[in-house]
Unconditional design. Structure first.
Length: 49
């Protein structure tokens, strides 16, 4: 999830990183969303190279 941290630092700034990470953890806590999140992760990596 390195791309996610890069995006969070770039877009949200250092103060909000912990809040952003907590939201991601809550999102990943739902089993039904993990597969969708992994697909999203792969798509972002393709876009960002």
């Amino acid at each position: 999830m390195t791309w996610l941290r890069k995006i969070s630092r770039h877009c949200l700034g250092h103060r909000q990183i912990s809040m952003f990470d907590q939201n991601i953890e809550k999102f990943l806590g739902c089993d039904q969303n993990i597969a969708k999140f992994l697909d999203f992760n792969q798509n972002i990596e393709k876009i960002l190279g």
